[in-house]
Design a protein around this ligand. Structure first.
Ligand SMILES: Cc1cc2nc3c(=O)[nH]c(=O)nc-3n(C[C@H](O)[C@H](O)[C@H](O)COP(=O)(O)OP(=O)(O)OC[C@H]3O[C@@H](n4cnc5c(N)ncnc54)[C@H](O)[C@@H]3O)c2cc1C
Length: 444
């Protein structure tokens, strides 16, 4: 690499991997390189909380990519990359213009593909009305059997488990008793990527909420969901996630499924000065937290390549997943053969997108997720002792505030949170519960 001029780093994409890489590179390399992010969209969309929108939560936040110019001297080029020309060290934009790079980082994500005819495929904000229509169908008694079907191919299925658990909590809040909830997946145990302890916790959560587990779904005719190696089950409606296929860039190598092959330092196989991270790569698990860790690895490798005195380290990713359950959140972690699950944060800040630089950035600049510190893991016992007390205090405070507003439903939900975490509701709170339950009944 020629260092006579200011090194030019180009990042393709405007999602999790691209943003984390831009922030990490600026942190590691300081003002040395110019950094440009090429993405067709003007905003970064925060997807993790879109699963809560069908149940009444506000639309998820969007962050203008132009903000990166002010905060980190990162320019946004609004365009789609049509091809990479590695020999010339150039990318070709839609329309034919070319941009030179010294180092190129590709974070173009994967392409979502609907795979189950007749099902609602949940990809984020745009699919919220279709899920709300299903909830309305349940309320009106048109839907008695609802199934959640995980795709057979590559996908990040944690949001589908969240939709199932959030639906179960919503059904309980609505006092609907005749609904049957089912979850079909090829996994032997739910969310097995997090390891046995975490997976057993998710299995128990689903069981406690009456969500029955089934084998992989293979087809849906509007009435029956056919399953692999098991008799079909009745389903009035089915919710699924998209299957992810690669998003190949002409000029770069790709696997049969169109994913970009990379090594342990996130370098693209056989292509000098090009790195790739996230859902676009052939790494088998597609998750934002992993994309962010790969982006940190790539940023260090790029910094070293442009002459910054830093020793790049091999990527050694840790799985961190925050599962929204409708009552309290479950923290799942899988790391080199160990598996943890807890209802207190197992990492700090306790964000859904566990990116070392992205999480604090989103919190500081855009009030997304309460993250003010650098990402670090916590021991389950330390986490439990510290957070339980604080959580209990906050839950009572919120419950009382909701009750003052006359929102007894929400107040009672907060009490259920305490009961869920402690296993029992203290006597003084039990009295509150009875009072609020009768207020709620009187208001109906
Ligand atoms: C509903 C839902 C909820 C989720 N919740 C979580 C969660 O809680 N935690 C978590 O860790 N993960 C979560 N995920 C997964 C997470 O969103 C992805 O794994 C993550 O976004 C992958 O990051 P990425 O940078 O590889 O790709 P993306 O974030 O998808 O970004 C790809 C970017 O590349 C751009 N692009 C594409 N092609 C081109 C091109 N040719 N030229 C220029 N730009 C291009 C796109 O416009 C986009 O900006 C969730 C996913 C979904 C669908």
């Amino acid at each position: 690499m020629d260092h006579a001029h200011q090194p030019r780093v180009v990042i393709v994409g405007g999602g999790v991997g691209a943003l984390e890489a831009a922030l990490a590179l600026r942190a590691i390399a300081g003002p040395v390189p110019t950094i440009e992010v090429v993405s067709p969209s003007d905003t970064f969309v925060y997807r993790p909380l879109t699963v809560t929108e069908p149940f009444g939560a506000a639309p998820s936040a969007e962050l203008p990519l132009s903000a990166l110019r002010e905060t980190h001297d990162v320019a946004h080029v609004r365009s789609t990359v049509a091809a990479v020309h590695p020999d010339a060290h150039e990318i070709e934009l839609e329309g034919g213009d070319r941009l030179r790079y010294d180092a190129l980082l590709v974070a173009v994500g994967a392409r979502p593909r609907a795979w189950l005819d007749g099902a609602v495929t949940f990809r984020g904000h745009g699919d919220v009305p279709a899920v709300q229509e299903i909830l309305q169908g349940i309320r009106e008694g048109r839907i008695d059997d609802l199934a959640f079907a995980a795709p057979p191919g590559a996908s990040w299925t944690l949001p589908l488990y969240e939709l199932a658990l959030l639906t179960a909590a919503w059904v309980a809040d609505e006092n609907i008793t005749r609904i049957n909830l089912a979850f079909a997946t090829k996994e032997q145990t739910p969310l097995a990527d997090f390891g046995p302890a975490a997976s057993a916790t998710v299995r128990d959560l689903l069981g406690d909420r009456g969500v029955r587990m089934h084998h992989q779904a293979t087809g849906f005719d509007g009435r029956l969901l056919t399953l692999d190696g098991e008799p079909a089950i009745r389903a009035d409606a089915v919710i699924t996630m998209a299957e992810l296929v690669g998003n190949p860039l002409p000029g770069l190598p790709h696997t049969d499924e169109d994913f970009i092959p990379t090594d342990d330092f996130a370098a693209v196989d056989g292509v000098p000065d090009v790195w790739a991270v996230g859902d676009a790569t052939n790494y088998p698990v597609k998750q934002g937290g992993l994309a962010a860790q790969q982006a940190d690895t790539a940023a260090a490798a790029i910094a070293a390549a442009i002459g910054v005195p830093v020793t790049p380290e091999k990527s050694d990713p840790v799985m961190r997943g925050l599962l929204l359950t409708g009552v309290t959140s479950a923290y799942l972690r899988g790391d080199k053969g160990t598996s943890d699950a807890a209802f207190d944060p197992l990492w700090w800040p306790p964000t859904k997108l566990a990116g070392r630089y992205l999480a604090p950035y989103l919190a500081d600049h855009h009030q997304i997720d309460p993250a003010k510190q650098q990402l670090h893991d916590r021991h389950p016992v330390e986490a439990a002792a510290k957070d339980r007390e604080e959580m209990r205090r906050l839950a009572v405070e919120f419950a009382e505030a909701d009750a003052r507003w006359g929102d007894y439903e929400s107040a009672l939900r907060w009490l259920r949170t305490i009961e869920w975490v402690d296993g029992v509701l203290p006597i003084e709170h039990d009295e509150l519960r009875r009072r609020w339950e009768s207020e709620l009944a009187a208001s109906r």
